[in-house]
Design a protein around this ligand. Structure first.
Ligand SMILES: [Zn+2]
Length: 112
């Protein structure tokens, strides 16, 4: 999968095309992601133990990962991702780079 939690993405296909948001969860097996504020569905929840809020609530439904494109934090454009290998203390590591501007796309480790 080309995106991960914490990435800001643009939806490029489907009903929510054109919207942007941050990825809050990824489901690698299904190749799906949840983008905050995008693809909201209404859920009717009955009050019972374990349900924090009952009634009709809106929550995000997963989107297919192929329908989102990462937004580069450096050039602010939707882009494809390249990988660059570099060495740190003798071990090879990979980092993600923007295919448009070549800048590194950092991983936001505070989310997900
Ligand atoms: Zn860029």
């Amino acid at each position: 999968m080309h995106v991960r939690s914490g990435d800001n993405v643009l939806v490029i296909a489907g009903r929510e095309r054109g919207k942007t948001g941050q990825i809050t969860r990824v489901f690698p097996k299904e190749e799906r992601v949840i983008v905050s504020g995008v693809n909201l569905v209404k859920r009717h929840l009955k009050a019972r133990p374990g349900v924090a809020q009952a009634g009709i609530i809106e929550k995000e439904a997963p989107l297919h990962a192929s329908n989102v494109m990462i937004l580069c934090p450096s050039c602010n454009k939707p882009t494809r991702i390249g990988h660059r290998v570099y060495e740190e203390a003798g071990t090879k590591r990979k980092e993600r780079v923007c295919k448009r501007c070549g800048e590194v796309i950092p991983v936001n480790r505070n989310v997900g």
